[in-house]
Design a protein around this ligand. Structure first.
Ligand code: NI
Length: 174
């Protein structure tokens, strides 16, 4: 078990495009995924992308039954997603609150596609093909953005909602 320090906004590695995984079912990939789940759990994250722990590979993990950082969120299946491709299924978008372990203490309202399909591979190279909506779709879009060097504030269309979690909660906005 290894909990790795999460890189924060400003670190150049978070702005890079991560590279494709070319070898599956390897000890180093298994170790990376275990470290990602350990780190995500320790930080109560809804998901984590490999660049956040300093590995510039196209690997994300996400999922939870219940999450103290997103108390109203429905469960999201525990998923390992490698070399992902996301397709919006229609033009519907919705605003929702997001945070990020790389932007600690803050939340903002971010527009995301409501209905998406995502494809990719698990750590054994088995194909994944899932349709998702709502918070599940939001988490996938947020995590996969990390692989292209994008953090959620860059997706916001009104920065006036960006604030500290405690202040937003105290104001009854979360
Ligand atoms: Ni994030």
């Amino acid at each position: 078990m290894a909990i790795i320090p999460v890189l924060r906004m400003g670190n150049p590695l978070l702005k890079q495009r991560a590279s494709d995984v070319t070898e599956f079912n390897t000890a180093s990939l298994d170790q990376l995924i275990q470290d990602m789940f350990d780190t995500m759990k320790a930080e109560d994250g809804a998901g984590l992308a490999a660049p956040q722990i300093g590995i510039s590979k196209r690997v994300v993990v996400f999922g939870f039954d219940a999450n103290p950082r997103y108390q109203d969120a429905p469960p999201v299946p525990r998923t390992v997603l490698i070399n992902p491709v996301i397709t919006a299924l229609d033009d519907d978008m919705e605003q929702g609150w997001e945070g990020c372990l790389s932007v600690p203490g803050l939340r903002g309202l971010v527009p995301r596609y409501t209905h998406v399909r995502y494809t990719g591979f698990d750590q054994y190279g088995e194909p994944i093909d899932v349709t998702a909506e709502g918070f599940h779709a939001r988490v996938v879009q947020h995590e996969c953005d990390h692989l292209d060097g994008i953090l959620y504030p860059q997706r916001m269309n009104d920065l006036s909602s960006l604030g500290f979690t405690e202040e937003l909660a105290a104001a009854g906005r979360l």
